[in-house]
Design a protein around this ligand. Sequence first.
Ligand SMILES: Cc1ncc(COP(=O)(O)O)c(C=O)c1O
Length: 395
Amino acid sequence: MPGPGAYWYGKEEMEAALEVMKDGYLFRYGNENDPKFLKKVFTLENELVRYTGAEHALATSSGTSALLCSAFALGLKPGDEIIIPAYTFVASYSSVVFLGLIPVLAEIDESLSLDPDDIGRRITDRTKAIMPVHMLGNPCNMDRIMAVARKHNLLVLEDCCQAAGASYKGKKIGTIGNIGAFSLNFFKTINTGDGGFIITNDKSLYEIAFGMHDQGHSPNRTGVEIGNRSLLGLNFRINELTAAVALAQLKKLDSIVSVLRQKRAYFKNLISEAKGFKFRVLNDPEGDCGTLCTVIFETREQAAKVSSALGSKTVDKSGWHVYANMEHVLAHLKSVGQPHTKGSYPKTDDILSRSMNISIGVVDGGLGAGWGMNINSTEEEIKEAAAQFVNACKE
Ligand SMILES: Cc1ncc(COP(=O)(O)O)c(C=O)c1O
């Protein structure tokens, strides 16, 4: 049950992948003088620059590696603390833990993303960075987060993995903090199965991230640059086949977001007669991706009843993104002396226990969004889903 981009795989993706296979260059580097080398990765990076308005883009093997390379580029060192919301995917934590950073969790607010009011309480003299995660396609309150970052001189790594296509007050997400990391996995707005990318306006961050993702090399090498490598890196490269599919998907991104937003507006309107819940706060209603519709009930009992009547579950019961349900995250938090038991983030627990994620375009049981619509749902299907929801609320 994938994200909307997968519902729209078509001849564009197939032809692009086939073209790369026929021409035989699958590695991101090739013979520049050979017309058969199609330079799909280079083209993708240029197109990402054009699409996001960022000065630099770097395609990577995944969102996880994009986060790791971004945190490394920021110069974060073992023992530095980074503030991360208590509701996010495991990779937001693990990517920085493998650099020796200490993840410090903070509460979410009713946008289901990082609560700007809680960040200050988590700051210590070891805090170096904040990771706002644009959860469920919804941009964080970046004005307030950036104000806290400026006040305390903190770096900002935007985790944009769930929100390709989103913007905040006219700027594409990922261009507001120092650096932004995106995922192209199967559940995302657009996808290539797996893949990711980084954007930044800072050339030196781009160069360090590039080196980390390509064994220490400087950007767009033409060979093995003896004497020109300033750091030890790893291999998080993307390949030409993935980039070819990504280019085809990127062309569809604006239409995907626009269709999802229309479908969600239609659905929201149809269920607005039901009582006992409100919609999640959208920090920029013009910039949200429309991938999900999250409803927050007045009581957890009502949330549990409605979601189970629809064969779904409340967000606190979904396995992948809730701190209290990720035993491996809790074990690590314990080992670094951070709060690590269920109940440590009561505001987050309360909001998630009253919330239900309804799929509009990301049909993902792991997010608690196994029920709802998909990007191809017809008007009749949306009406039917809305009627079911309204009935469940009445009961
Ligand atoms: C918020 C968030 N961060 C990071 C990631 C990691 O992305 P990937 O699966 O491409 O490594 C994901 C993917 O699910 C995510 O949702």
